[in-house]
Design a protein around this ligand. Structure first.
Ligand code: NDP
Length: 257
């Protein structure tokens, strides 16, 4: 069965970085999905121009505005997706949107020490990186359940939470409190979801895309988006229930918890 052929996909945070690269890579595949929902915070701002240009050229690309921390906007987005799917389920949900801190640093991720970390920073990063993905899965659960019963496709009913090696307790080297705690929480909620919804046929994994040159990854990152994203997309295309509950590198290697 060809991966991504005729499936429905929903990705958050698609105006730049990993999200935009995922959209481009999926659109370039020979077997295209039926519909690709790509969300970003603002479809009017200049930083979504490239995404809008892609949508003008690709009729399967459907753009939606979503701040992942906005519950009302999420409710409306789910209704729009459900209407567009017209009775079919959502096959693949990729929770990609994320933040490291409250500003964009041209140097990307820098360590955040105990002296620097604040209550506000901890709460904001936790809300965006951990609470939001969980609420998004909760909102899409009926459509994911429906996808599990749709005719066989690859992936069938799958949630990919974009996490980070920084969420690994085993590999922790200190610092980065707000980011590491938020990604450790994503890892935990991924395992809980995988245990609770395997019986419904829903696969849930967390994936580290690799350290990549993006606004977040910064200039020192060893990987470029064109180096990392094709293998990430291949990995996502290969997922099934046998992998549920795993913490994977973009190349498919397992990361220790
Ligand atoms: P970027 O900073 O380049 O992009 C982040 C994306 O998330 C942007 O589209 C941004 O939108 C969006 N976003 C942030 N907050 C919100 C929000 N509240 N609602 C909606 N969208 C939001 O980061 P990357 O592309 O590098 O990271 C993508 C994912 O990959 C993240 O989850 C990150 O933690 C993870 N990751 C990245 C690594 C790397 O090296 N780059 C390494 C490991 C994991 P806007 O433009 O509106 O701010």
């Amino acid at each position: 069965m060809a991966a991504f052929k005729d499936i429905s996909i929903f990705i958050t945070g698609c105006n730049r970085g990993v999200g935009l690269a995922l959209v481009k890579q999926i659109l370039s595949l020979p077997d295209s999905p039926k519909v690709l929902f790509a969300t970003c915070r603002s479809l009017k701002s200049d930083n979504s121009r490239e995404l809008r240009e892609l949508a003008e050229k690709n009729p399967i690309l459907h753009l939606l505005e979503l701040d992942v921390t906005n519950a009302l906007q999420l409710e409306n987005v789910v209704k729009e997706v459900e209407a567009k799917l017209a009775g079919s389920g959502l096959n693949l949900l990729i929770n990609n949107a994320g933040i490291y801190d409250l500003k964009n640093s041209e140097y990307g991720i820098v360590s955040c020490t105990l002296d620097e970390v604040t209550r506000d920073l901890m709460m904001k990063v936790y809300e965006t990186n951990a609470v939001a993905p969980l609420m998004i899965v909760k909102a899409f659960l009926p459509l994911l359940r429906r996808a599990a019963k749709d005719p066989p496709c690859q992936p069938q009913a799958t949630v990919v939470n974009i996490s980070s090696e920084d969420g690994s307790v085993a590999l922790n080297m200190g610092g980065h409190y707000q980011y590491k705690c938020s990604k450790a929480a994503v890892n935990m909620l991924t395992v809980s979801l995988s245990l609770d919804y395997a019986k419904d046929g829903i696969t849930v994994v967390c994936v580290d895309p690799g350290w990549i040159k993006t606004d977040m990854g910064g200039k020192a990152a060893p990987l470029t988006l064109p180096q990392a994203i094709p293998s990430l997309v291949r990995l996502i295309g290969s997922l099934d229930l046998s992998k549920t509950g795993s913490f994977l590198q973009h190349n498919g290697h397992t990361i220790p918890w």
